[in-house]
Design a protein around this ligand. Structure first.
Ligand SMILES: NC(=O)c1ccc[n+]([C@@H]2O[C@H](COP(=O)([O-])OP(=O)(O)OC[C@H]3O[C@@H](n4cnc5c(N)ncnc54)[C@H](OP(=O)(O)O)[C@@H]3O)[C@@H](O)[C@H]2O)c1
Length: 375
């Protein structure tokens, strides 16, 4: 972290704000400034996975970007970038560095608790044009149905004061739904609530999608899970970031599912895309979902489309597509994910792979062959 650069940038931002008459008539200031004329974006977050891609896409589209973080995660990421200002604070109780400044749009990538989203949205309501909240499809009450659109019921908390995620992370979705509502209540009519499904691609620390291009590239006999036609939904983080910026440019508001792609994608197609993107050519052994479950073998991104997962990978994202969301081929995502992954230091690679260990995979393959002699 470079304190002097931050002080300089903060001082110049304040000076710019004063010159434009911010503070007195903030909404008028926002409305007056046209797209392309010094657009200013605040990201509540910005240095993890999605945030840096939003920064890059916003810069490409001509935005000046401010990040707001505690200075813990990749704190030096934009240190030498004159187009990015870094403010330090804490969403939970220390928003001082946001006071007295204005932005055309805020992108909230780090909101998980309604009180905290309410605090930032309330503070910023007269000093921003638009509040984009990154929610999740986990906000939905369930996935009992195929083709869930934005009108489907969201999950509820019995006690809405609870802020913990819960033992099995079961409160994450209902809390996201409450965060969406808190943002909309604070800034009515100027909120974009975006509900992504699995976000994948370079910088993904969850390791979920990373498993697939890495495994496909390794080759040999490989477990392909379930039925080849089982649906999967993924969105490349760069496509999501570009669309978030598009929403800010076009002042798109409302609630949007942001899963992908724009057609049904099967697990077989996703694996094929990984082959194309990485040049890997494993020998696929399709193993049914029950057998995998009996052997305690979960694989990331895929889930059999039944029970609680019936509609999980078939969420309707047509509204976002109509509002400009576009998707690159999954083979590009696989290629770039592998390239990024291979460039990581060895210890970081391990942490970014939600993998089935090779010995476990070999064990299951052997058990499957024993149970199905002759293939
Ligand atoms: N990954 C998926 O598949 C998926 C799917 C659906 C939805 N989502 C949603 O997408 C979003 C992705 O977020 P991301 O983590 O990639 O965003 P990000 O903006 O890249 O990273 C999170 C940022 O928040 C900052 N931060 C964390 N706690 C903070 C606090 N108390 N005060 C100020 N700053 C704080 C971190 O910096 P410091 O640590 O330095 O503070 C970091 O810069 C999340 O909202 C997630 O729920 C993800």
């Amino acid at each position: 972290m470079n304190g002097s650069r931050r002080e300089f940038l903060t001082a110049s931002a304040l000076a710019a704000g004063a010159a434009l008459g911010f503070g007195g008539l903030p909404r008028l200031s926002w409305a007056r400034r046209e797209v392309g004329a010094g657009k200013r974006m605040l990201i509540l977050g910005g240095t993890g996975f999605l945030g840096p891609h939003v920064v890059e896409e916003a810069k490409k589209a001509g935005w000046h970007v401010t990040t707001f973080t505690r200075g813990r995660t990749n704190a030096d990421l934009f240190e030498d970038d004159p187009a990015v200002e870094g403010l330090i604070g804490n969403r939970d109780g220390d928003l001082k560095s946001l006071e007295g400044k204005t932005w055309d749009a805020v992108v909230d990538t780090s909101g998980y608790v309604p009180r905290i989203v309410r605090d930032s949205a309330t503070l910023l309501k007269d000093s921003v044009g638009q509040y984009v909240f990154i929610s999740s499809i986990s906000a939905f009450a369930d996935f009992d149905k195929v083709g869930i659109d934005e009108s489907y019921p969201v999950g509820k908390m019995e006690d809405e004061t609870v802020e913990s995620m819960g033992e099995n992370f079961q409160n994450y979705g209902p809390l996201k739904a409450l965060c969406e509502q808190a943002a909309e209540a604070a800034i009515p009519g100027r909120v974009t609530n975006i509900r992504p499904g699995y976000i994948v691609g370079p910088r993904d620390s969850s390791g979920r999608f990373n498993y697939w291009p890495v495994r496909v590239k390794r080759g040999g006999e490989m477990i392909a899970p379930g039925d080849p036609s089982d649906p999967v939904q993924i969105i490349d983080v760069r496509d999501l970031a570009a669309w978030i910026v598009h929403c800010c440019d076009q002042k798109v508001v409302g609630v949007f599912n942001a899963t992908g792609p724009d057609r049904k994608m099967s697990i077989a197609e996703m694996i094929e895309a990984c082959k194309q993107g990485t040049g890997g050519d494993p020998k696929l052994v399709w193993i049914d979902a029950d057998f995998l479950q009996e052997h305690g073998a979960g694989l990331p991104i895929w889930a059999p489309p039944r029970g609680p997962y019936t509609g999980f990978a078939q969420v309707d994202c047509r509204r976002a597509i109509a509002a400009g969301l576009r998707f690159r081929p999954a083979s590009q995502t696989a290629r770039d994910t592998l390239e990024w992954y291979n460039a990581l230091p060895e210890d970081a690679r391990q942490r970014r792979l939600a993998a089935m260990p090779p010995e476990k995979e070999a064990e299951i393959l052997a058990a499957w062959k024993e149970a199905h002699p002759g293939g």
